[in-house]
Unconditional design. Structure first.
Length: 219
């Protein structure tokens, strides 16, 4: 379905502005795809961390109630949802396997990092007798601070991000203003070689600005 829509958009762009239309449509589509993926990854991260935190708090309550660590992990994993249930479910599998080897997998997602720390804490508890509940409590406290920091950061960046979108939309407003004044800028862009060149350059600058502002905001 998505491929058909993209092909239809390219054909429409080619009919309107020839090769320049195809180039601009491709740039706009690629930019939208990159920005959409970034926003989805950020939204997933904002949802995953609180879910994991709730799972750790449930696990801590189970441990404080005197439950065996493996039973506590299994019970807390069944009680929570989302990323928290996934982390605790994977932790239960690791605990049941009894493996003492070090983790060598790359830690890409937030829940993967938390799982790696929990696994290290479980091994520390097994080898040196450290109370697993204290380890889980410490991890939960650190994650709570991280969640609060993420929420504050998202609130602070909402304004700059919207400003970037507004700045990127100013050329479109200029086109509408010119059309309202009877200048017909759209016709110039679509019906002349110079217009095609300006169309490609303008869209490239707009897409570059959007990607650059997203990169700055994401740091």
């Amino acid at each position: 379905m998505g491929a058909a829509v993209a092909a239809a958009a390219l054909l429409a762009a080619a009919a309107l502005a020839g090769p320049a239309g195809v180039v601009t449509a491709t740039m706009l589509g690629a930019t939208g795809l990159l920005l959409g993926r970034g926003l989805l990854a950020e939204r997933r991260r904002r949802r995953a961390l609180p879910d994991v935190l709730r799972g750790l708090r449930m696990l801590n309550r189970e441990l404080r109630a005197g439950a065996d660590p493996l039973a506590a992990v299994d019970g807390a994993g069944r009680a929570c949802r989302g990323a928290g249930a996934q982390v605790l479910g994977r932790l239960a599998v690791l605990m049941q396997s009894g493996s003492d080897g070090d983790s060598t997998d790359p830690v890409a997602e937030p829940e993967d990092r938390v799982l790696d720390v929990l696994r290290s804490g479980w091994l520390l508890s097994r080898r040196h007798g450290v109370a697993f509940g204290r380890v889980v409590s410490g991890i939960a406290d650190e994650l709570s601070d991280e969640v609060a920091g993420e929420q504050a950061r998202a609130a602070q960046l909402a304004g700059p991000r919207m400003s970037g979108y507004v700045m990127a939309g100013l050329p479109l407003m200029g086109l509408l203003l010119g059309a309202g004044m009877g200048v017909n800028p759209v016709g110039v862009l679509l019906d002349s070689a110079a217009g095609h060149f300006l169309l490609v350059v303008g869209v490239a600058l707009m897409c570059g600005g959007l990607l650059w502002s997203a990169r700055i905001v994401g740091r």
